[in-house]
Ligand binder design. Structure first.
Ligand code: NAP
Length: 276
């Protein structure tokens, strides 16, 4: 025992919107653990210096968010296979030997949230449509392939980005033109929005949604608002809907356990804490 209080936090820019501090502090309090979790607004040119300095101040690790997820992967000394495949890190562990260990738990968080919110969903039952091909989409695609989804229909405004993703992840990922996005919903058993469309302050979801069928599972990574237009329309159509807040909660579980030595529960109290 060093007597030091373990510290963790989240680094991004901007960072004031992050819900992670409330969540981690809730868990620390719930389990009676010493520690704290702080938001840090860090500019790109300072990221490496900050990451190399934090362990000296008692930090055991940090979450990384926009726009530093790719840069953090480059800076890290050790990287998990899944973070390499995804091409981004959202969780760093500062090891006692001085090395920075990078992982990506977004895909894990996505899948756990989906399993909790749509327990009847069977990965092998049919194709999944993924709207978007950014960083979050890469984590989602990795987790869906791992889970055994037979085919992913991937569509993105910038087609070349979807094609790159498909090249990286293999022939179970089929690229569909963005203008055709509305036409592939009908044949999908799962539809996921990984774009920022529908988020407060961003453009509205413009993909035609009349192809959504009763029973299709629809989930949105956007969680501000919690009930996006996509989820509202899907609910009307009789789909099973899963909001994006649970992904944020579940992706935090492995990090909290590594940093503070306790596996936390994702329950209604954790959800309420994140929403405070
Ligand atoms: P990103 O790498 O910047 O990707 C953004 C995606 O949105 C790209 O596919 C982009 O398409 C698309 N997009 C943006 N504006 C668009 C528009 N006007 N029309 C059509 N497509 C548009 O961001 P990210 O890290 O993947 O995050 C994407 C979203 O997921 C964000 O809203 C983020 O908050 C959310 N997210 C949620 C969680 C969670 O825990 N729930 C975790 C991670 C991310 P182009 O390639 O054409 O630009």
């Amino acid at each position: 025992m060093t007597g030091k209080i373990p510290l963790a936090g989240v680094i991004g820019s901007p960072i004031s919107h992050s819900k992670s501090p409330q969540l981690h502090r809730h868990w620390l309090k719930t389990y009676g653990l010493a520690g704290d979790y702080v938001p840090m607004d860090v500019a790109a040119q300072d990221l490496e210096t900050v990451l190399r300095t934090l362990p000296k101040a008692g930090f055991v690790g940090v979450n990384i968010t926009i726009p530093h997820k790719e840069a953090a992967l480059e800076i890290a000394d050790l990287v998990t296979d899944r973070a390499t495949l995804i091409g981004a890190a959202n969780t760093l562990i500062f090891r006692k030997d001085g090395n920075i260990h990078a992982d990506n738990t977004d895909g894990y968080g996505f899948l756990e949230n989906l399993k909790a919110g749509a327990p009847g969903w069977v990965p092998s039952a049919g194709p999944a449509t993924v709207l978007g091909a950014g960083g979050a989409a890469r984590a989602v695609v990795a987790s869906l392939l791992d889970a055994g989804v037979p085919e992913i229909l991937l569509t993105n405004r910038t087609r070349v980005r979807a094609e790159k993703l498909s090249e990286d992840f293999g022939n179970r990922v089929t690229v569909v033109d963005w203008v055709q996005a509305g036409n592939i919903l009908e044949e999908s058993t799962l539809v996921i929005n990984t774009t920022s469309l529908g988020m407060i302050g961003k453009q509205a979801m413009r993909v035609p949604l009349d192809g959504l069928r009763r029973g299709t599972v629809v989930t949105d990574l956007v969680y501000t608002p919690l009930r996006t237009d996509l989820l509202a329309v899907a609910e009307e159509a009789g789909c099973v809907t899963v909001d994006g807040l649970g992904m944020l909660l579940h992706q935090a579980v492995p990090a909290f356990e590594r940093w503070f030595g306790q596996r936390p529960d994702v329950d209604s109290a954790a959800r309420a804490a994140a929403l405070r």
